[in-house]
Design a protein around this ligand. Structure first.
Ligand code: FAQ
Length: 309
């Protein structure tokens, strides 16, 4: 059996492709692209919420938020490690991110204007992330699938954290309830965009589904997210800002309106409300960390010399 046949059979049998196995170059490239984009999203995704750490309304909320943002750093590092098993270089991926040559999720290019945004990011953004990532626990590449299992557990915790915060605010004053509603109005459509363009415009889906890198299409997951979120919104007592949103008994799903796809492509193309700021901040952090990388390298060279000596 030639190498390509063996690869095809492994994927078809729902077994995992492992780092030392032969794989088509396109498969490797697609994985590096998707996992790197995901890793960058986690790292850039620390910024919108990080904005509120110093202004959290209580010590408890500050501690929770700090822990969540720290988890996101962990997810990013975990995912960069998964790309390294495919032969990618972490430094090179960071360079691509800060020079705008590699993407990260559109959602993190929107500003966080109130503390309710912390709750809404947990509820909607982590909720969308979970919908998208639970199927990736069955992705065909072993290290990615295993990373997803742990990441999904933490994302579920993050989502409940957001929902609990919003429940608390909805049980508060009229001003707090209004703050939550205003935040939901701003984040609803960008959350739907997280799943990527409609299937007809998704250049990678068909091949990624064949390779079982992706297990569902963008539209399937978007639908699942809407169906999951509508009852949660009802319980919370907030309205979702979509006049076309209604249950369709024939389909057994909710019908819903389309996000503004022109806005999506603008944001993906680098022209969203906070793209420049996000990338500039990441670049500065990377440059400010230069001395740490130099010190670590000097230390390991010294240790290696001591072992040899
Ligand atoms: N933003 O052909 P497709 C998180 C690009 S969760 C920006 O459909 P694909 C947790 C796409 O790269 C967020 N770009 O692409 C957290 C492609 O461009 P390319 C991260 C997007 O890959 C929560 C082009 O459009 N999660 O961080 C977006 O098959 C709270 C055509 O699209 C993941 O990355 C977008 N929304 O499907 C952290 C999950 N959508 O590269 C902090 C893993 C598409 O050909 C706080 N990734 N593009 O030039 C995936 O499942 C997939 O990559 C999709 C996109 C579904 C995102």
């Amino acid at each position: 059996m030639d190498l390509e046949d063996r690869f095809e059979r492994t994927v078809a049998a729902e077994q995992r492709v492992e780092p030392r196995d032969w794989m088509p170059e396109g498969y490797r490239r697609t994985l590096i692209r998707q996992i790197a984009q995901h890793a960058h999203s986690e790292i850039i995704g620390m910024q919108p919420e990080g904005n509120w750490i110093s202004r959290a309304p209580s010590l408890r909320r500050k501690a929770i938020l700090l822990a969540k943002v720290q988890d996101e750093a962990g997810h990013g590092l975990y995912l960069y490690a998964a790309t390294e098993t495919l032969g990618a270089d972490r430094g090179d991926l960071t360079e691509k991110l800060i020079s705008g040559r590699q993407k990260y999720s559109s959602i993190f290019n929107y500003p966080t204007l109130s503390f309710a945004d912390v709750g809404v990011i947990g509820w909607l953004v982590d909720g969308a992330a979970i919908c998208n990532q639970v199927p990736l626990c069955r992705t065909s590449y072993g290290p990615y699938a295993r990373a997803m299992i742990r990441i999904c557990k933490e994302e579920s915790f993050h989502q409940r954290q957001g929902y609990e915060l919003l429940m608390t605010m909805m049980g508060g004053t009229d001003a707090q309830r209004a703050m939550v509603q205003e935040s939901v109005d701003r984040w609803w459509w960008p959350s739907l965009m997280m799943f990527g363009p409609p299937d007809a415009e998704s250049s990678n889906t068909e091949q990624s589904m064949k390779w079982r890198i992706k297990r569902n299409t963008n539209d399937e997951l978007r639908q699942k997210f809407v169906d999951m979120t509508v009852p949660q919104a009802g319980k919370l007592g907030v309205a979702l800002p979509d006049p076309e949103l209604r249950w369709n008994p024939d389909r057994g799903h909710h019908d819903f309106g389309q996000p503004d796809w022109d806005e999506f492509w603008r944001v993906v193309g680098g022209n969203g409300p906070a793209n420049e700021q996000r990338v500039a901040h990441r670049r500065k952090a990377h440059e400010d960390g230069e001395w740490v990388r130099a010190a670590a390298e000097a230390f390991s060279a010294k240790r290696a010399a001591a072992v040899e000596g």
